[in-house]
Design a protein around this ligand. Structure first.
Ligand SMILES: Nc1ncnc2c1ncn2[C@@H]1O[C@H](COP(=O)(O)OP(=O)(O)OP(=O)(O)O)[C@@H](O)[C@H]1O
Length: 401
């Protein structure tokens, strides 16, 4: 396609009497819905994870942005425009773990399945208690890892994925000294036996082991680097200890039950909390929808219809072989379009052209075409105001042999 130039766009505004609902398209509703879902995820994340100061800072930035926008503060808007790219990168780097965790949560959809998880965790506590007691009595060494909020993938090595239902007999057979999988730790995740044979990092705080060996050092080692809860059964002493938040202590049966209930309780807090009133449940989604709608009105919806003029090339097609167009022939046409600013953003003016079919010459020599009806690659949301020249006249002459 030949080059075409775009006039320096100085849009002229037209009076528009159309109410906004007449301009509202299905695509706009989808637009708002997608942004509302993203905002909903952001609100949930802010509520769950973000610190209060981060929330306040974000709120202040939003206020400054809208002030700058409504008062036309050019420099501040420029700072936002460029700063936003940098901020997004910083955000991605600082919160990469949370973002990854969020995607994992989203894809596994455990948050849609909350009541089932609560019931499953009650059962998990009794299964684990029974297995630990039996292993302690029979002097079978064991190491159980319960992940916290922080990911532990980068701290642990090896292991075999199992993905099995949690049961006392299965735990007993995994840690049985004759079982090939008894070495290493078992990861219990989402009330299931997730992985066995995991290798944990060893602690540097050997003074805290209280006579324990490498199994206990491994339990404390993981508790040193993340918020996981690790339970260890001593083969030699028949004791059960817990390692959490950089501390290792031996537990009595009652304390063990409490520790497990606290773990599963804190991981199911939302499920165990009193049922919210249906209206309360709607607050966050409605807030997300309202914010998305407000953003749409602020950024996407434009009451103004603007006009822009482009210079587009005229393409002469199907000129019969023995004919040629006499020079000087018109090469460009001026196309004036009207529509909203977002509609113009969908238009690639370098693809717009007026194409004129010559076809059958029929002995005639001078032709006129209507240029408007031959415009190609137009965006449907834009209206053609005028094309200059309205018609094109060319003279054809037979090629000299
Ligand atoms: N880094 C590690 N990660 C996971 N498990 C480990 C690790 N190091 C050792 N273990 C487990 O601990 C076992 C060895 O336990 P060891 O007797 O040395 O420790 P301990 O703390 O004295 O335990 P116990 O009181 O049961 O004897 C290994 O067979 C292995 O199953």
């Amino acid at each position: 396609m030949t080059n075409c130039w775009r006039y320096p766009a100085v849009p002229c505004r037209l009076e528009v009497n159309q109410p906004w609902w007449d301009q509202f398209r299905f695509a706009d509703a989808v637009d708002i819905a997608i942004v509302a879902v993203l905002l909903y995820a952001l609100f949930i994340w802010l509520h769950d994870r973000a610190s209060r100061s981060l929330g306040i800072a974000t709120g202040m930035l939003v206020v400054v942005f809208f002030l700058a926008r409504s008062l036309d503060l050019y420099l501040t808007m420029l700072a936002f425009q460029y700063g936003l790219i940098g901020l997004s990168l910083v955000f991605l780097i600082v919160f990469q773990q949370d973002i990854r965790h969020g995607f994992e949560r989203f894809t596994s959809a455990t948050w849609l399945n909350t009541s089932r998880t609560a019931r499953a965790s009650d059962q998990a506590v009794s299964v684990i208690l029974e297995a630990l007691k039996e292993m302690a009595e029979s002097r079978i060494g064991a190491l159980l890892v319960f992940p916290g909020r922080e990911p532990l993938e980068r701290h642990v090595r090896g292991g075999v994925m199992v993905g099995a239902e949690l049961s006392t007999p299965l735990l007993l057979s995994i840690f049985h000294p004759k079982s090939p999988g008894h070495d290493g730790a078992v990861l219990i995740k989402d009330s299931r036996i997730h992985t066995l044979g995991l290798h944990l990092p060893l602690t540097a705080h050997v003074d805290q082991l209280g006579g324990g060996g490498t199994r206990h050092a491994a339990a404390l080692g993981l508790a040193d680097c993340c918020d996981a809860l690790v339970l260890v059964v001593s083969e030699e002493r028949g004791t059960i200890s817990v390692a959490q938040n950089g501390r290792l202590e031996t537990l009595q049966e009652q304390q063990l039950a409490e520790a497990l209930q606290a773990y599963f309780g804190s991981h199911e807090t939302k499920q165990r909390a009193p049922e919210k009133h249906p209206i309360q449940k709607l607050v966050t989604p409605l807030a997300a929808l309202a914010a998305a709608t407000a953003l749409w009105f602020s950024f996407a919806y434009h009451t103004d219809t603007i006009e822009r003029t482009f210079v587009v090339p005229i393409e002469y097609r199907n000129v019969p072989e023995q004919w040629e167009i006499e020079e000087p022939k018109p090469k460009y046409a001026e196309v004036t379009l009207s529509g909203s600013d977002p509609a113009f953003k969908l238009l690639d003016p370098t693809n717009v052209a007026v194409s004129l079919e010559i076809g059958d010459v029929n002995g005639g020599r001078v032709f006129r075409w209507n240029t408007e009806s031959n415009l190609s690659n137009m965006v449907t949301e834009l209206e053609i105001q005028r094309v200059v020249p309205e018609t094109v006249t060319v003279a054809l002459r037979e090629k000299q042999p």
